[in-house]
Design a binder for this molecule. Structure first.
Ligand code: FE2
Length: 376
């Protein structure tokens, strides 16, 4: 019997004390930002946007900002040892440090969340240059990951003060990536519910979907997940926790190699998953492979879809349906050598859920990779 619960999202919401306009940027701490920027431009079609480093007055680190439509990544590397960025990379490898959220008022965002128990990461700070000002503040979430609130309504510059425009003569074409659909966090044993409570109480989010270990299990391993959403639904953070199984779950493998809790995957929206994923594969992005048997029965489960099945099968795109429509999704292999962060590419055709019908096929694919690494 299915134990998934869908919470009624049409119930009246109290005044949102933390109104969010969406994801502002995702910042990665990486060992070599110059090479990472080249990889994300080449493989994913990001465009050069901005740069900060010693030449712009930033003495101890370098950041490259790259963008594709509404998707902005900041790739940051330290120039020396013995600082929080270097320590983060030593402990976690390359990974997501900041899930930055766009707000109208960063001071209020800080005040409202910290007074509800949020742990301060960045007291409100005003950065200004000739193009105006940006106000930033931030709080901690799972592991060493943080949320930075970005208020940029009085700023007209390319990214934010401290950065200059990055003009490059190497500009690979875009691949149709649009914006962050959701970002998933992996947390430790018994830590999902405390983190859910944090998003509810400190940030005013609601738990819109829950999956227990019966929903998300294979012969060998299991996990539990709860999806947290802000009031307007622009920001969604599913939280995963490992569950007992015969063997080690993918969440445990992540926690081992990341040395703690962190961002497991960033899901990126596209309007044409076949075109986007064909291009990404051409450029060398590797995805989990799905057995042909999946495609023999998938249409019996999801019904009629607009797309031809053959290209979806060829690419390894998964299909699922809920009562609002269907979705197409695919998962990359890890983006670094550690089996930690990966991307999901998702095209929603009405569906607002997360592909529950694909969990089994997906996790079996993940386990084949995990087994090949000797970590199952
Ligand atoms: Fe996802």
């Amino acid at each position: 019997m299915s134990t998934t619960t869908l919470v009624n999202t049409s119930s009246p919401v109290q005044t949102d004390f933390l109104p969010l306009q969406g994801t502002d940027y995702v910042e990665f701490y990486v060992g070599n930002a110059k090479q990472a920027a080249h990889f994300y431009k080449t493989a994913f079609g990001f465009q050069s946007l901005a740069y900060a480093g010693p030449e712009t007055g930033m003495k101890d680190k370098v950041s490259y900002v790259i963008r594709q439509n509404k998707l902005t990544f900041v790739l940051t590397t330290p120039l020396r040892i013995n600082n929080p960025i270097a320590d983060h990379i030593y402990k976690h490898g390359d990974g997501v440090k900041v899930l930055a959220l766009k707000v109208d008022d960063a001071r209020s965002a800080f005040e409202e969340t910290t007074k509800r128990g949020g742990e301060a990461y960045l007291e409100p700070i005003v950065l200004s240059d000739d193009n105006g000002e940006v106000v930033l503040s931030g709080i901690h979430t799972y592991g060493d990951t943080v949320h930075v609130f970005v208020e940029r309504k009085n700023y007209n510059g390319v990214f934010m003060p401290g950065f200059r425009e990055w003009k490059s003569n190497y500009n690979p074409t875009e691949t149709g990536l649009l914006y962050v659909d959701h970002c998933v966090g992996n947390v430790g044993w018994n830590q999902m519910n405390p983190r859910v409570k944090f998003y509810e109480e400190v940030m005013g989010f609601r738990n819109i979907l829950s999956f227990d270990d019966k929903d998300i299990s294979t012969e060998y391993s299991a996990l539990m997940s709860k999806v947290m959403s802000n009031g307007n639904g622009y920001v969604k953070f599913p939280i995963n926790e490992p569950a007992e199984g015969k063997k080690k779950s993918q969440v445990e493998e992540y926690l081992d190699f990341y040395n703690g809790e962190g961002c497991q995957h960033v899901a990126i929206a596209t309007n044409d998953i076949v075109a986007t994923v064909s291009e990404l594969q051409k450029r060398g992005v590797e995805f989990l492979s799905i057995p042909p048997s999946y495609y023999e029965t998938v249409l019996d489960r999801v019904g009629k879809i607009d797309e031809d099945l053959a290209p979806l099968q060829q690419l390894g795109v998964l299909i699922d349906r809920d009562d609002q429509g269907y979705l197409l999704q695919i998962f990359s292999k890890p983006l670094e050598d550690r089996p930690t962060l990966f991307f999901e590419i998702i095209q929603r055709k009405g569906a607002q859920s997360f592909g529950k019908g694909n969990f089994k096929a997906l996790f079996e694919a993940l386990e084949r990779e995990q087994d090949a690494r000797g970590n199952l």
